[in-house]
Design a protein around this ligand. Sequence first.
Ligand SMILES: [Zn+2]
Length: 104
Amino acid sequence: MNLLEFLRSRAPYYSCMNCGDSMEGCHLRVLGRAGQTTLVQATCRHCNHTVLLQIQLSGSSISADLPLEQPPDPSADPITDDEMIDLHQQLAADSNLSDLFSRR
Ligand SMILES: [Zn+2]
């Protein structure tokens, strides 16, 4: 089982922190990797609220050896100040699945 398969299998057990609906079927996108840490973007299929998941694997049988979903788009809009502040706040909180999603 790879990391995205694992996260998809666990998503039905979590609710969106914005709309409260199930995260089942959410869109998952690998943004990057560094060492044992993988940064995954999860987007609610109901309200499109996005959260960033910082996943650390150690001593696990789950493989994080995944290709990035899309290469960066050089023509994409620049990252806004608000997006950078959101990213900083989520990463500073040392978030994990339990922190970013409220349990159902
Ligand atoms: Zn939602």
